[in-house]
Ligand binder design. Sequence first.
Ligand code: F3S
Length: 759
Amino acid sequence: TVKNPVTEKDCSSITPPYAKLTKNLSIVQRILNNRPLTLAEKIVYSHLTNPEETIPVRGETYLKLSPDRVAMQDASAQMAILQFMLSGMKTTAVPSSIHCDHLIVAHEGADKDVVSSIANNKEIFDFLQSSAQKYGVAFWKPGSGIIHQIVLENYAAPGGLMLGTDSHTPNAGGLGMIAIGVGGADAVDAMADIPWELKAPKVIGVKLTGQLHPWTSPKDVILQLAGQLTVRGGTGHIIEYFGEGVDALSCTGMATMCNMGAEVGATTSLFPYTHRMRSYLGATGRTEVAKAADANANFLRADEHCEYDKVIEIDLSKVEPHINGPFTPDLSTPLSKFKSFIEENGWKDDLSAGLIGSCTNSSYQDMSRAASIAQQASDAGVSVKSNFLVTPGSEQIRATIERDGQQAVFEKAGAQVLANACGPCIGQWKRTDLEKGAPENAILTSFNRNFRSRNDGNPNTMNFLAAPEIVTAMAFAGKLSFNPMTDALLDKDGKPFHFTPPQGDDLPRLGFEAGRATYEPPSPTPTPDPSVDIAVSPESSRLQVLDAFEPWNGEEFKNVRVLVKVQGKCTTDHISAAGPWLKYKGHLENIAENTLIGALNADNQKINMVRDVTTNQEEPLPEVAKSYKRQNMPWMVVADHNYGEGSAREHAALQVRYLGCPLIVSRSFARIHETNLKKQGVLPLTFANEADWEKVSGGDVIETVGVAGIAPEKPVQLIVTKEDGTKFSIDAKHTMSHDQIQWFKKGSALNLIKENISS
Ligand code: F3S
């Protein structure tokens, strides 16, 4: 039994600077004639670097912000640190943390998997740890937990502003923080004390009334909302929850809802400060933060009569459990209709695996409710029919559920408890129950994202999302058609057995256990040690020191070849795949070998196959891109809607830039990816008339008119020459602000930072 109770933490670097924030806010309020503000506006505007000089207009003004904190996960931290090294800074300007969670492969269970992952990734972990020591960054070792859970337990604070190099950073909105997923280059801005730019988001207000039914959980609210808003519905918006229903939600439940706001493309999601947040802060050793938040309670709620850009009302008592998927998180089906949904589509009824946990749903409450279901089944002598895997979100959760018995319940039911890490959620799953590429099989997870092939690399795995208690119940049934609210299983005597609604405390009655302290950093903000050497071997296949990109030559682009016209969904997983490629996150040249391998070519309807115009042969996309690069032929991508949706993965921008792509034109971009492209000096354009996408094909040659005099809001023309010599022009737009245009001109945002630091 673990005995290491969580004690009060040093909160000095965790508590937001409320005095400064409220002073900034009062300046902005005066400028805005004391118009009532949403909570999102209050927190964002209070972090303005230059409050006196800004008149924020939602959806229009570019804001310069000063974040309070940065968090990075091990896969994206590599590139963030490699870029930070180029900046010439001696220490990070704001408290920052690195979390080793993505590189741990789920295979044989927690302890063995952590040991083998450390051995397999030693070079990377050593690089991250020594960088952390050198620059004064908190380093959370492999096994400590998943970035967002660790942040919620340790760093999130009401009214703060955090950037995280992971798209589910908004998880911290469950503690009233504006937490935004960004690429490493944005993190470098914050760490280098450069104002971080964001277009003032619009705000969707989600009014919650009523109370959840015992079978439903906050996950079901966001699963339902994802269906309503779709994967693009939140783009350019912060989702702000309000209404009396908020008080009925646990802090970690709110975090789940904020976490999955990423699935509708929202900039972030946010809850007002509640007594449930206060209790959570107290239980996780941050009473001082709670006291400071109490003293600033007015700041931490929306002003009365504030106006949202859109309001959605949800009566929590009418929400039913939902199951979303397969392959997209917005395909939302109420549990009561899921059986017919499966039948109508002719899908197999068998459930091959149920997976619970991850950063989205591994709170004490989630684990307790899932364990209460597993306990009921065990008591009735019902055994689990599918593979059942449990991923605790942190060492604190693992140690606490070990002490309180939930882990034993899972293990007794036959569950495999995995490491406190991302594992199957990010494709780090050495699945042994099925052959590689096995035919159609279904898995149900309590994760947040379900793009095709994401979990086990098998495009035939139908991946559905649900709350952990629903996943658990269905793992005991082994059937997708089973409705745990109404259907019966057979108990050990062959009699019908019905589940009763799950139960679970949101906070452990005996307090949290911290678990193994060896995983944790020695201090929330360690002192930087400039003498530490960060070794990157030139022979390494996993780490490569970056070279700065060339600045733009000030001229129009000419003879840019369309490498591929992408059709349909093209997420950052399609542009820069994860799974086995995660090991090359710190080596741009090697990871570029996966560029666009998931993209569907509109011209030949093939994935990762494109005609090389110089040879007329069809080849994989990265091969053709590399060949064009070798021949000094600039190339571009023509993309469909919401190009780059999904994660904050900046490799999706870095790789195309590295391989010689100066511009991309799409029907629309996902926000984070569009910014990442800008940061790396790639010009992201959108069709002024979306139908023009039809007119362009792979192999066409593009020339620009208007890039030479590029200015905010100024359109750009593309002169398209088809391979048969036909020529026509189409109109395009860009969203670059004055500052972003400087990034483009210098070749990348980092080039600009470097210039500023050295001048
Ligand atoms: Fe990790 Fe999956 Fe969350 S990859 S950070 S557990 S979304």
